[in-house]
Write a protein that binds this ligand. Structure first.
Ligand code: SF4
Ligand code: SF4
Length: 234
């Protein structure tokens, strides 16, 4: 995301939430003391930002149900092959092919690779609005499944990617084996980031997300192998 997009998102966020000025500066790339701390929890390596001048970690907690920003500001909802079956069944489709035809849209987009360069991805995405087209990909659209109380209308079969937010995750080859990595997405849409002296206050959440993230990566890799999505490094 560009500086302008993140700044705009933060501006909207600040209408409803108090955002720490240090957290805001970090989002906008205004800190010159950013390092990171890698911590392995079960099968996932988490990369947690650390601000060296003030000796603070940037951590996260979720304010749902007081907040449902991630459901009003999702850029896309890529589906795994597991999602295609469970969401399709949950929406009473007898055939997955009919679910794909009516409820999804295919999109291709580029992302910066963690090691530099860019990655081109193609996926089948759940339509966030009934008339969504590929032209809407990457734009902020309020999800049609979000109800008045801020709950997800297709929970617990919501897409795996919805369980991940605000983490982003990737696989890295380590001595011939795939290792799962994760870090935060700082899009300016989540009020849950805070500063702390140690990561202790987030350990339970990291334990919980370690399982969610590993499971998502397994399903996402399976989806690529089945030809229901693609990823290519540029
Ligand atoms: S935007 Fe952040 S705090 Fe709000 S519901 Fe999503 S993850 Fe939770
Ligand atoms: S599918 Fe559910 S969890 Fe995902 S963005 Fe829509 S309302 Fe939110």
């Amino acid at each position: 995301m560009s500086y302008k997009e993140i700044a705009k998102s933060l501006e909207l966020l600040e209408k409803d939430w108090d955002i720490d000025s240090i957290i805001k500066d970090f989002h906008l790339g205004r800190r010159d003391d950013v390092s990171e701390n890698s911590i392995k929890i079960r099968d996932v390596v988490f990369h947690i930002p650390f601000l060296t001048k003030i000796k603070k970690f940037i951590l996260w907690k979720c304010y749902w149900p007081d907040c449902s920003n991630c459901c009003t500001r999702q850029g896309r909802l890529p589906l795994t092959s597991h999602d295609l079956i469970t969401i399709g069944t949950g929406m009473k489709y007898q055939k997955t092919s009919d679910f794909i035809k009516n409820e999804t849209v295919i999109a291709t987009w580029q992302e910066a690779s963690p090691g530099g360069g860019s990655t081109t991805l193609t996926s089948i995405n759940l339509k966030r609005k009934v008339d969504e087209t590929e032209a809407d990909d990457g734009t902020h659209v309020k999800c049609r499944f979000l109800d008045e109380e801020g709950a997800c209308g297709i929970h617990p079969t919501r897409p795996g990617v919805c369980y991940l937010y605000p983490f982003s995750t990737w696989l890295q080859n380590e001595k011939g084996s795939a290792r799962v990595h994760a870090t935060f997405q700082f899009t300016g849409d989540c009020p849950g980031f805070y500063l702390d002296d140690s990561i202790d206050s987030m350990k339970e959440i990291l334990q919980e997300y370690s399982e969610i993230i590993y499971d998502y990566n397994t399903k996402s890799s399976g989806t690529m192998r089945e030809g229901l999505g693609s990823i290519s490094l540029g």
